[in-house]
Design a protein around this ligand. Sequence first.
Ligand code: FES
Length: 151
Amino acid sequence: MDHRNHQKPTSPGDRNRRTFLTRWVQWTLAATAALFLYPLFRFAGFKPPRRPRLVDVPAPLPASGTHASHDFILFATEDGGAKAVSRICTHLGCRLNFLQDMGYIECPCHQSRFTSDGVRISGPAERNLPTFTVTQKVDSEGQVTAFVVHL
Ligand code: FES
């Protein structure tokens, strides 16, 4: 009796098929793992770090010293810089307005009030407003050409 191995030698087509199937299985396992791990990370409170959105505001600011944008209010500071606070009310999310003559930020929905630093003065809102980092763009002569708000 002949007990030698009678397997056929593998052809290049067999190897390609095997490589394809191996890769397909690997990708399927990776996708399945991601599918199960993502909700787990979310449940555990993990948030991937997000890159800040940068918004340019041309300098100088208007004579009022303020600039209201969709997401923030920018205030000129005495040192020639600027500071930015969120324009979204911490009570229920209405868009805030800066009342120039009163000198504070007010919510049109339930009249919560905040200082230009975002500190709560009164109203149903219980938290201060978030503040944003502001950097400057400077030209070759050292003049500030824009304020960059990091949202
Ligand atoms: S949403 Fe601003 S005070 Fe209620």
